[in-house]
Design a protein around this ligand. Sequence first.
Ligand code: ZN
Length: 65
Amino acid sequence: MAVCPECESVLDFDEDDVEEGDVVVCDECGTEFEVVATDPLELSQRGDGGYEEEDEAEIADEDEE
Ligand SMILES: [Zn+2]
């Protein structure tokens, strides 16, 4: 079971039920983690602004259609 590196709470999700790119949120401190690998499980903390460009790219795709 993964533990939140921020507050050391157990992250309440099933490791068998997540895929790469999924986002899990710590119930205790609200920190978001992106699943970067599942075998073994590896989480990457999402920072403010670090993934903003991804959202903008999705909007651009919609505009093209
Ligand atoms: Zn936490």
